[in-house]
Design a protein around this ligand. Structure first.
Ligand code: SF4
Length: 359
């Protein structure tokens, strides 16, 4: 989408939400659990929230650095409008410091290091519809850090019938959570590991706020959400860790939350680890199914485990090849053989509303 105009920083300044003035003249951003205190002329850890003249501004507002149409399965979401196209956008910056980031070219860039486009919120639904999409995804870098833009895109999309998707690391404060997620229909949350040690050393954050976000999604919203765990050899692929992760999901979120184990490939600061062997994902999937989770997927490899199987009679109800849906046998959200309801959001119904199945 290179025909869209390029934006400079001055034009992109948009006053932020979720901040207060410190007594010493800095500004305190409480959008994410980093709680940056930002001096005049400086930016927060995420680069795109900046203090200019004692006010906090978002440089990401209306200024995406990546725009693309993807299959919804790429997010990954396997129980949300399968086989549809999603208009996807992301900005510069991120609030985590993952050594293995696979979008580091934008997530580790400042605003002036990317080719940000001038795309006001009301233009996004128009672009999505003109590209035949059923939804809009906030993705590629961490969308939380451009929450103001997300809210205004969602407001603009309200009457269009388009659904909205967050692909997030889950690093958001309680104060900002509902402001953003009240506008969201579906989410994929990265649960990057199940040890504080990994979160601290490899992502430069903490695990508990991510678990808190998952609990909020479950207890306080109707958002359809799935979870991704990227498995990195020797860092977070210990079977005992996988057992604990699956057990926590089962106990706190329930058996029907889809869980995606995906393969790492060497990138950014983690070039010294090998790609994840498929056997590691097979083993993790077996552990999670044994623990009691009903929809466990493998991703970033060629696998049968990207398909959806009925947990009652084991019929393959949605057959996928990589990110493509080859066959969908679901009838009104049910297995055609045993009538087991499969939780998810399966189809668009009259008037742009979507039929939903409780989990
Ligand atoms: S959103 Fe950015 S500026 Fe705000 S607390 Fe998080 S990292 Fe810091």
């Amino acid at each position: 989408m290179t025909s869209l105009p390029i934006l400079d920083e001055a034009a992109a300044l948009h006053e932020a939400r979720w901040w207060e003035r410190d007594p010493d003249g800095r500004v305190h951003c409480y959008l994410c659990p980093r709680h940056c205190h930002i001096g005049e002329g400086q930016g927060g850890f995420c680069f795109i929230r900046v203090n200019r003249g004692g006010k906090l501004y978002s440089l990401g507002y209306g200024a995406p650095a990546a725009l693309q149409v993807d299959p919804i399965e790429k997010k990954p979401l396997n129980h949300f409008l399968p086989g549809t196209r999603v208009f996807s956008l992301g900005t510069a910056g991120c609030n985590m410091g993952c050594f293995f980031c696979q979008n580091w070219d934008i997530s580790k860039s400042h605003q002036d290091q990317v080719n940000a486009r001038d795309v006001p919120p009301e233009a996004v639904p128009e672009l999505a519809l003109s590209h035949g999409c059923d939804s809009i995804a906030f993705t590629y870098n961490e969308p939380t850090i451009w929450g103001e833009y997300i809210i205004d895109i969602c407001r603009a999309a309200k009457s269009s019938g388009l659904k909205t998707v967050m692909v997030s690391n889950g690093y958001i404060t309680r104060e900002a959570f509902h402001d953003i997620y009240d506008y969201i229909d579906a989410a994929n949350i990265d649960l990057k590991a199940f040890t504080e040690n990994f979160y601290g050393k490899i992502t430069l954050t903490h695990m508990q706020p991510v678990l808190d976000t998952l609990l909020l999604l479950k207890k306080e919203t109707p958002v359809w959400f799935e979870i991704t765990n990227l498995m990195i050899p020797t860092l977070n692929d210990d079977p005992e860790e996988t057992r604990k992760l699956a057990g926590w999901i089962l106990e706190n979120l329930g058996a029907d939350v889809p869980l995606h184990f995906t393969a790492f490939h060497p990138d950014f600061k983690l070039q010294n680890k090998p790609p994840t062997p498929p056997e590691t994902l097979h083993r993790a999937r077996s552990i999670a199914i044994e623990a009691g989770l009903r929809y466990v997927y493998e991703g970033n490899i060629v696998t049968d485990a990207g398909s959806t199987f009925c947990p009652q009679c084991n019929l393959r109800v949605i057959r996928r090849s990589w990110h493509k849906v080859e066959e969908n046998l679901l009838r009104d959200g049910k297995c055609p053989r045993c009538s087991q309801s499969i939780p998810g959001v399966w189809e668009k119904s009259e008037g742009g509303q979507f039929s939903e199945r409780e989990r």
